[in-house]
Write a protein of this length. Sequence first.
Length: 373
Amino acid sequence: MAALRAGDAPTAILAAREAADADPAALSLWINLALACRIGGDTPGERVALERALELDRLDFTAQLRMAQLLQREGEETKALIAWDGVQQLAQQYPGLPDPVRAELAAGEAFCGQLRSRLAEATTAALAADAGERDETERRRIDAFAAAALGQRRIYANECAGLYYPFLPADEFFDRRHFPWFAALEAEAGAIRAELDALLAEPGEAIRPYVRMEPGSPENKWTVLDGSLDWSACFLLEYGVPNAAVIERCPHTARVLDSLPLARIPGRAPNAFFSMLRPRSRIPAHTGVTNTRAIIHLALDVPPGCGFRVGGETRQWVEGKAFAFDDTIEHEAWNDSDARRAVLIIDAWNPHLSERECAAITAYFAANDAALG
């Protein structure tokens, strides 16, 4: 160390190597040797010293950082990108790192950002050849695959609070081709909205807070919406049971619902309700009950500034248009506008289930209810 301070790198390298050879299990001595070699321009020696240090402790932060920097200097870009990813993950465990080290991490992240940009450009070019020939499913899956491979997005898994059906695709948004009846539903959007507007003009007790927690529930992410009309609902069908008072005021909407191939399980499904989100309100990220269903949103009254995220994909509602998603994938919604947002939400079967599987699920619930009362 004295030789390093004096600027005598050759002497420092000899002394550090002698010390490391004398006590090869001392990780710090190999790191000292790597430092001396680095200052002295002995890259092969530095690499050997860092490899020995990592053999002693694969999670040593300093050794990982110096190895990432060495690989970067040597132009070994693929290895450097992997090494820097490991360093950044390890750095999260050390919130009190000094500013000089933070600066080194920032420089490494900038380097990785440049590499990822090059990879993204190359990937986009490579995948563009037949892009125009892809159907909706292929486009969404290829885009998600490429983004995940490039570290640009996360792939989300199902998280069911209730019934989980195995081996179904964990798809965020379902493709429209699974729902050939969407066009008929969308054709009724104007009439459905007219009934909603009339209902909202004199809501009475039809509108209620969507979130109603049990008394004594501990504080959680839903507390801010508990009992609040910031997120409100008006149910036409609740667990398959018609809400006569609302259906009487929305007969056209009720007839539309009767005509749709919804998930119908006595006492359990479907739900069908108007969902209202007040200005400057947000529904926190959450997951649903079962992946056996698809949740349908028909946009009725959507001002600019509203958004909806399912997993790694964010969409905006388009008035008069419907989409379907798996609500056991983490999702959230927001209304950053100064006006109310309103959509119709209904339950349908997960389109990846066959008719026999839907019948089996219905039979399961019937047997469950009969056996347990």
